[in-house]
Structures are given as structure tokens and as C-alpha cells.
Design a protein around this ligand. Structure first.
Ligand SMILES: *[C@@H]1O[C@H](CO)[C@@H](O)[C@H](O)[C@H]1NC(C)=O
Length: 410
């Protein structure tokens, strides 16, 4: 008996070791599989983003944009400036009929694509495939955004970092458009047409305000492309019941700009004026009361689509005497409208395929006027009971107009 007991222990040990090594072997094998699967399913994302080692993000600049004298950029801000210089040197590197550089900007926390939600990997790969060889692509991570702010807007730094992450993302897209320009698109958008085909001749045709009778006839070139997000009759309560701040609201999940457009500065000026008021009333931005005051502001109005809509509206009303709701596509089957150098796409432009309640004239994604698809209801978004309640209450009962529409992650 004693002899058998002694003998069994090494046997158990041996079995345990075999099990352990087998497990380790299969584990490293499946890890290898995951990497090769990532590469197989998302080859461009893998090549340009995942295997990148630069700080601040990742970028792709078409090889023939670069000359022999161009040094390999040391950081993401230099890369963006290099892309802009290259884009300016040739009209083929700008969106036709415009001065908008063919540079696509996106932003995400990091460049480790194995940690990204699957839909995000899918849509980003589609962007890279769509622009491969024809446009530059710049993916800014959190560190890259900080580098950018420090380089270009250092006097805004304190205000910028006092905002919530959602608001910072809102403001960054405006600032990168102001200094570099190009297309900005959220990570949950998918291109349906290459940005190089975003403007057709038919988008530039003269149009008439049906109420005021005024004709709009701009010679071009286009310096900004914005899309309608909400298109509701202005005399109904539809827009706020659906959660919008304006009957005719523009989107900021995608837009395109020539650098330096005055609407972008209008946005920045409006934001800094509001933040300065909070600073003056609360002794800075870091005090408890200042943080409370900041948190009580609606991000949609402060930095989101509401702010983009207000900046564009005030600029176009002043410079072009535009009657804002003349931009509605409800009465002309959704045609594009050029006002001065700003091209406003109908709702189908950046929001095609909306169905049922809240369709607002949105046509199917196969429609020629659809530029990109927006997957708003991504499963990676946090579910927020307060926000969902407000949505339900507005839609069903027409109440809760000022109930919060955005979860507060602060
Ligand atoms: C509206 O536009 C679509 C294409 O976007 C077209 O197929 C349809 O015939 C147009 N409808 C009218 C009434 O012109």
C-alpha cells in the first residue's frame, strides 16, 4: 500500500504536466490564430494601424504624394501637416469642385485593433479600402489629440481638458478641420462613395428658396460639406420629440472642410465665450461649482450637432442672407444646396436608409446621393436608463422636452 501511494504521486504530477503543456500549446496556437484572423479579415487596418509603432496614432499617406526629400514624419502632427502640404500641391489630391484636401480623419482611444469592437474594425477597414491610394488617412488616438491641441491650440488646452470625453471628441473634429482640413468621420460610419466622388456637378446647380423666392447660384469652389441630420416641419413639435434641438439640424458624425473655414472659428468662439462665462462666475474651471455648471449644459448644444448647426446658421444668415429652413429637402425631393462656399447635402447624404418613424425624407442607402452610412445604435454604446426614459417619454407622450439626451460620462 505504501509503495503504491508513493508511486501514484509522480504519475499524477506527470499527468498534470501533460495537461498543462497541452493547454499552453493550444492557447498559444489560438492566439496566433487570432492575429492571423485579424490580418485576414482586416488586411489594411492590420497593415496601417495595428502594426504601427508611432506615438499619437497611425497614418497612411499614398506613396506618390511623397517626394524623395520628404522625411518620414516623426509624429502624428507632422504627418498631418505633411499630408496637407502634399494635398495642396495638386488639385487631384482635393475633392473635385472644392479646395478640400483628400485627407480622412478619425479618432479612437488606441490603435490596438484587437481591443476594438468588431463593427468598428469592419467600418474602418471599409474606409481604408475606399481611399487606398487616393487619399491620406489619419487616425488620432488620445495621445495624438493631446499633441495636436498642444501644437495648435495651446491657449485652449485648459478649457479643452475641462470638457467630458464626448465633448472633447466633438471639439477635436472641429479643430482638426480648422488646421488641417479634409473629411472627418466617426468610427461608426461606413463610406458608400469615396470622398473623391462626394461632389457631383448636379450638387452645384442653382436653387431657389420656395418661400422667399431668392436664387442661390454660387460659382464655387466648395469649401465645406455638411449633411442634414434632422429635417422636420418647423411649425410642428416633431423635432424635439425625436430628440433634436432644431427642426433643421446638421450632423457632425461626418463633414468635410477646407482648412481655415470661418464657420469653424465661429464654433470655437461660441464655445470659448460660454466657457469663459462659467470661469468668470465660478472662479476658474476647476472649482466644484464650475464643474457642476459645465455638467448641467447639454453637450448636444455646447459642442455637438446643435453647436455645429448654430455656427453654420449664424454664419450663413450673416454672409449669404440665408433663410435657414430653406435648406429643407422635404419639398424638393432632397436636392443638395450650395450656399456661398458651403454645400449642404440632403438627409440622404450622411443619413440614408432611415425607416419608419423619423424617416424625414431619407432615401435607401443605394440612392446615388448617399455618401456614407451611420450605424448610430452600436452595441458598444452604454445603455443609459435616464436617456432611454426621456426618449420614450418624448416619443410616446410629447413631454420631457428638456430631459437629458446624452449619458454623462465624467
Ligand atoms: C426623387 O428622387 C429619386 C432619386 O433619389 C427618384 O428616383 C424619384 O423619382 C424622385 N421623385 C420625384 C417625385 O421626383
Amino acid at each position: 500500500m505504501i509503495w503504491r501511494g508513493l508511486c501514484r504521486r509522480p504519475l499524477l504530477l506527470a499527468i498534470a504536466m501533460v495537461v498543462c503543456f497541452t493547454w499552453l500549446f493550444y492557447r498559444s496556437d489560438t492566439l496566433g490564430d487570432e492575429v492571423s484572423l485579424l490580418e485576414r479579415h482586416h488586411p489594411l487596418l492590420f497593415r496601417y494601424v495595428h502594426t504601427n509603432s508611432a506615438l499619437g496614432g497611425a497614418w497612411y499617406i499614398p506613396r506618390d504624394w511623397l517626394s524623395d526629400t520628404d522625411h518620414h514624419p516623426g509624429g502624428i502632427v507632422d504627418a498631418a501637416q505633411l499630408a496637407l502640404r502634399a494635398a495642396r500641391s495638386s488639385v487631384e489630391r482635393q475633392i473635385p469642385h472644392s479646395s478640400i484636401p483628400l485627407i480622412v480623419h478619425q479618432t479612437w482611444k488606441n490603435t490596438r485593433i484587437d481591443t476594438w469592437p468588431r463593427p468598428i474594425r469592419h467600418s474602418t477597414e471599409r474606409w481604408l479600402r475606399m481611399i487606398d491610394g487616393k487619399a491620406a488617412y489619419i487616425l488620432w488616438d488620445d495621445d495624438g489629440v493631446a499633441q495636436f491641441i498642444q501644437r495648435f491650440e495651446s491657449e485652449l488646452e485648459e478649457q479643452f481638458f475641462a470638457l467630458s470625453p464626448v465633448e472633447r471628441a466633438d471639439v477635436f473634429r472641429v479643430l482638426v478641420s480648422k488646421w488641417i482640413g479634409g473629411v472627418y468621420a466617426d468610427m461608426d460610419t461606413e463610406p458608400l462613395r469615396s470622398p473623391a466622388d462626394w461632389i457631383s456637378h448636379s450638387d452645384l446647380l442653382p436653387w431657389q428658396d420656395p418661400e422667399a423666392g431668392k436664387m442661390y447660384n454660387s460659382p464655387g469652389p466648395v469649401n465645406a460639406i455638411l449633411g442634414v441630420e434632422a429635417d422636420c416641419p418647423s411649425n410642428s413639435d416633431d423635432y424635439w420629440r425625436m430628440g433634436y434641438l432644431h427642426p433643421l439640424q446638421l450632423t457632425q458624425w461626418a463633414f468635410a472642410w477646407a482648412p481655415g473655414h470661418p464657420i469653424l472659428q465661429t464654433f470655437v468662439d461660441r464655445l470659448t465665450a460660454q466657457l469663459r462665462t462659467i470661469m468668470d462666475q465660478n472662479g476658474g474651471l476647476q472649482t466644484m461649482s464650475a464643474r457642476q455648471a459645465l455638467r448641467s449644459l447639454d453637450p448636444i448644444a455646447l459642442t455637438g450637432p446643435g453647436a455645429i448647426t448654430q455656427a453654420t446658421q449664424s454664419w450663413l444668415e450673416t454672409t449669404a442672407d440665408l433663410r435657414w429652413t430653406a435648406l429643407s429637402g422635404l419639398h424638393d425631393n432632397g436636392t443638395s444646396k450650395l450656399v456661398d462656399d458651403v454645400l449642404i447635402l440632403p438627409i440622404t447624404g450622411f443619413s440614408p436608409g432611415r425607416r419608419g418613424y423619423g424617416n424625414m425624407g431619407s432615401k435607401p442607402i443605394s440612392d446615388p446621393s448617399a455618401r456614407l452610412l451611420h450605424r448610430a445604435q452600436g452595441s458598444w454604446r452604454a445603455f443609459d436608463l435616464r436617456v432611454e426614459y426621456g426618449k420614450f417619454c418624448r416619443t410616446m407622450f410629447g413631454r420631457c422636452r428638456h430631459w437629458s439626451k446624452v449619458p454623462h460620462h465624467r
